[in-house]
Design a protein around this ligand. Sequence first.
Ligand code: HEM
Length: 503
Amino acid sequence: MLSFLIALAICCLVFYVYHNLWLQPEKIRKRLLMQGINGPKPSFFYGNLLEMKRIDSSKKVKNEDKCISHEFKLHPSLNFWKNEYGPTFMFLKGNRITVYVSAPEILKEITLCTSLAFGRSTAWIKQRTCLLGDSVATLNGQAWAHHRKIIAPEFFMEKVKGMMDLMVDSTLSLLRSWEVRVETAGGFADIKVDEDLRNLTADVISRACFGSSYLKGKDLFSKIKALQTALVMQATWINLPGYRYIPNKKNREVWRMDREIQQSIMKVINERKVAGNIENDLLSTLIDANDLNGSKASEKFVAESCKTTYFAGHESSSITLKWVLLLLALNPEWQARVRAEITAVCRQHIPEANALRQMKLLTMVIQETMRLYSITPLILRETLQEDIKFGDIWFPGGVELMIPVAALHHDPDIWGPDAGEFNPERFANGASKACKFPYLYMPFGFGPRVCLGLNFAIAELKVILSLMLGKFSFTLSPNYRHSVVYGIVSEPEFGVDLIVRKV
Ligand code: HEM
């Protein structure tokens, strides 16, 4: 009897694994095939991952360039399959079906979709939950809509205008330290700007989120950064169920760091509660918020929302700043034009909201930078519970859609033959006139999930850059090595080294 039960259990397990890893994805694959979506033939367990690895290594992707090109190099396999199977094709990461979508007519509908049944990819969420918790960035459905409704008003333009002073204060303190370095070094300094810019944007978002508690918020920054690094190491493309719960060395390290971050945030929340929670910042809003059922939001909700805003709110901005400074160092004529504009608009004054609006050339440079170097080169979405139709295709529930943002931003059919070059002039008449299909320019994402900190980020970039360019000039240091690394976000692999002089 016992051996029969064991045999039965083994049979059930084998069938369960076979069903999940093969039968179910095969059923969905056939439905897509019947609608004309092709793709490489998958193998059991790995799907197309081995082939992907083989193609990527056969194309010998070298990230580092001797001469600087702005070419986009993530996964040449995707480009290879696109040439083979057309702009919309499917492939399997393990048992997960992913449809790569670059056909403009389908993308148009995707960017307009507001259904709660269309959300973030569940595989993406699994990888980020440890970093961001259950938060606006990682939830789907009603829970996401609720979180977004609470946090979004904190980053509306009117509120952001009130945060410009804190952006200025943080920037001036960095500029003073650069001034000392330049003077001590005898007129110019060779500075790796990465750490300084990361500290600067962490300082800004700390003040915006935590108000007077910002020094404690800052302490969290180094911990979150360490967790992010550990998560990149832990990331795997294979969709192995339960992998992140296995108590191996890497996972244990990630759990320990997460606990520490959680405890630090709880400490700040508790201190704020004891003091009466009377400040006008994100932390106060979160502490006073209700959950979906109308009762008081949990401390976990407050902690995870702070963590998300803190992470999302400094990393992308600091990396974008690095790329802007690098591109201006490589293009001195644009640097001079932008500086002249800043001088004319600000007239020796600290920039305020109205002045920022008048900085057209600076806006064009920022837009062109975010086109060439998108923070998120791929955006993943999923048809969550039900089938959804985009263009002529019904995408079955549970299918991941890959939107190749960086490839779209580099496509000569969309941007013209100079798509690979730095030419901010293309944005002279705004983003809507810069290319053939304006909705394919998506540095802040798209649809209802578009970056929640968009207004904040643009104001922050402009304040920081206008103050920096008003005081210093930047040229490329001989120490700079051009290479882009694609992790949770894409960034310069070896940092950005610049020669900084006072103007
Ligand atoms: C230059 C700076 C920034 C860039 C390039 C950027 C880019 C992005 C992108 C591409 C997404 C994904 C959108 C999508 O899936 O469609 C995103 C989401 C998000 N960003 Fe930003 N971001 C920046 C700055 C910020 C700042 C300063 C904050 C906070 C103050 C912020 C908060 C968020 C949040 C909370 C989400 C998730 C929104 C949701 O899922 O509903 N970001 N951002």
